[in-house]
Design a binder for this molecule. Structure first.
Ligand SMILES: C/C=C/C(=O)SCCNC(=O)CCNC(=O)[C@H](O)C(C)(C)COP(=O)(O)OP(=O)(O)OC[C@H]1O[C@@H](n2cnc3c(N)ncnc32)[C@H](O)[C@@H]1OP(=O)(O)O
Ligand SMILES: NC(=O)C1=CN([C@@H]2O[C@H](COP(=O)(O)OP(=O)(O)OC[C@H]3O[C@@H](n4cnc5c(N)ncnc54)[C@H](OP(=O)(O)O)[C@@H]3O)[C@@H](O)[C@H]2O)C=CC1
Length: 428
């Protein structure tokens, strides 16, 4: 075998078959005709325990710039919940495939490469970022690929995600896997970490700077747990928000300067009409929340940035309490999309509102390097077996999941394994 095709993986015995059981390993680089997948179908749209069903489907063919990856573990994200619900949009209206395989995070092994793929070879251990584009427009060539008309999220706006034995990705989606982490730890972080990275550092001139203060909603959640850690890498102060005291220690342990429990306040939901008694009541309560921030930052010190994703429930407060000239960066509307705010504070205090969506490769790769250099904790909360993929999503939908990011095992036969050889040995 030529040196440049050397996989570094010792030969092992495995039969060539058309379908393998979950955790059963085909010969390296051998692609079975069929694979197991958790499929969403249009007629099943609803909560994850209804919309996700295990089926056997054809294994993907790949194009010249694509890569087939054997999925060792997959990450659980909110977009799996949205895809299952079919809300606010159905993924079938985007990709037109008959079934949708969700899953926008994975760790795995390169199993087959298209003939134009130069940077990856069979046997490479990788993590996958979820941004795809066609690569040939002006935003992809001198602009920002996140503004490309062809920009799409793998496993949400494409139907070939990671809740299957094999997934099909563009070669540019692959990044080196942190070797110190297990398969499941490596699978849990890329989507939320890269999104948080762009939100905090991707919107010039409002990159979070040393000494600045940022308010982080959902600080124990997927996005929030990395936002707190990333703020620390920049020398900034993060103030985390939680809804349950059981999460306080976790958020402080990620490096927050302070933590506020949103259940202690009553200013959530859409803004009441300005200058009504209800508005005055809301303002009093919102200022009480603002003072709770001052208790952490110092009297009169408002935050430079708000890290927003709950949306409708928190947006009026976010836009009120951010400082003059500060920025609210928002990437979601988990609690609702009808965000309201008192525009007087926006213009008089010259605040900015910035939408943010996932990350380009440079941002995802920078975030991944921090993980590879052990400067971030993956904060994996729980690992589920393959059979419990719908249950993990149900927990997320109900906001009953533990702090951090969840993972599921796919081809990794058990937890705690750090290499392909470990996985082969664990087959027994
Ligand atoms: C990494 C992880 C990320 C996440 O988890 S994010 C959370 C999960 N994701 C979501 O929730 C996705 C949310 N996405 C959406 O809800 C929708 O995705 C949008 C609301 C963002 C956009 O939807 P719509 O309006 O249907 O798409 P249009 O492409 O903007 O427009 C469709 C039609 O409107 C026409 N149009 C667009 N701009 C104009 C204009 N300025 N004047 C007149 N017409 C316009 C187009 O041409 C087209 O029409 P024609 O369908 O007939 O071709
Ligand atoms: N555009 C993009 O690129 C991306 C968008 N997203 C979106 O961001 C959202 C959050 O994702 P993720 O962090 O992974 O999810 P998680 O569920 O892990 O964390 C979200 C946190 O938000 C808090 N929260 C929930 N409801 C409310 C509410 N009504 N008011 C205030 N806080 C609330 C909860 O914390 P607590 O109850 O303790 O306050 C929860 O832990 C999802 O909608 C997801 O689709 C995610 C990644 C990328």
């Amino acid at each position: 075998m030529a040196l440049d095709t050397e996989t570094g993986i010792a030969q092992y015995d495995a039969p060539e078959k058309d379908l393998y059981e979950i955790g059963e390993m085909p010969p390296l680089g051998y692609v079975p005709k069929k694979m197991y997948a958790w499929n969403i179908r249009r007629e099943r749209h609803g909560e994850p325990d209804q919309s996700f069903k295990q089926e056997v489907v054809d294994t993907w063919e790949i194009d010249s710039h694509e890569v087939l990856v054997l999925v060792m573990a997959a990450g659980v994200n909110y977009n799996g919940v949205w895809a299952g619900l079919g809300k606010p949009i159905s993924p079938f209206d985007v990709h037109k495939q008959d079934y949708h395989i969700a899953g926008s995070d994975a760790s795995g092994i390169v199993w087959k490469v298209g003939d134009k793929v130069k940077n990856w070879k069979v046997g490479d251990e990788v993590v996958i970022h979820c941004n795809q584009d066609d690569g040939d427009d002006e935003e992809c060539n001198g602009g920002d690929p996140m503004f490309s008309p062809t920009q799409r999220i793998w496993g949400y706006e494409t139907g070939d995600g990671s809740f299957a034995q094999f997934t099909r990705v563009q070669a540019q989606q692959l990044m080196p896997r942190p070797k110190h982490l297990t398969w499941e730890e490596s699978a849990c972080y890329t989507l939320t970490l890269a999104t948080a990275y762009r939100m905090l550092f991707g919107h010039h001139p409002h990159e979070l700077k040393p000494g600045q203060n940022v308010l982080v909603w959902g600080a124990s959640g997927g996005l929030g747990s990395y936002a707190i850690q990333l703020a620390n890498t920049a020398g900034a102060n993060a103030i985390g928000v939680i809804s349950d005291e059981s999460k306080r220690d976790f958020v402080m342990a990620q490096g927050a300067k302070g933590v506020i429990n949103r259940k202690d306040f009553k200013c959530w939901g859409q803004l009441p009409t300005v200058n009504t008694p209800e508005y005055n009541e809301w303002l009093k309560e919102a200022r009480k929340f603002g003072k709770a921030i001052w208790d952490i930052t110092g009297k009169g010190v408002n935050v430079d940035m708000v890290f927003e994703h709950p949306g409708e429930a928190t947006f009026p407060v976010s836009t009120l309490i951010v400082k003059k000239g500060g920025i609210v960066v928002i990437c979601a509307g988990t609690s609702g999309f009808n965000c309201t705010f008192d525009v007087r504070y926006m213009w008089m205090h010259q605040k900015r509102l910035q939408g943010s969506h996932f990350a380009n490769l440079k941002q995802a790769a920078s975030a991944n390097r921090l993980m590879c250099e052990r400067r971030l904790d993956p904060c994996m909360s729980e690992v589920f077996p393959w059979a419990e993929i719908p249950d993990a999503h149900m927990k997320m939908l109900r906001n009953e999941h533990k702090p951090g990011n969840m993972s599921v095992l796919v081809q990794a036969p058990t937890t705690g394994l750090r290499t392909f050889e470990d996985a082969l040995a664990a087959r027994g």
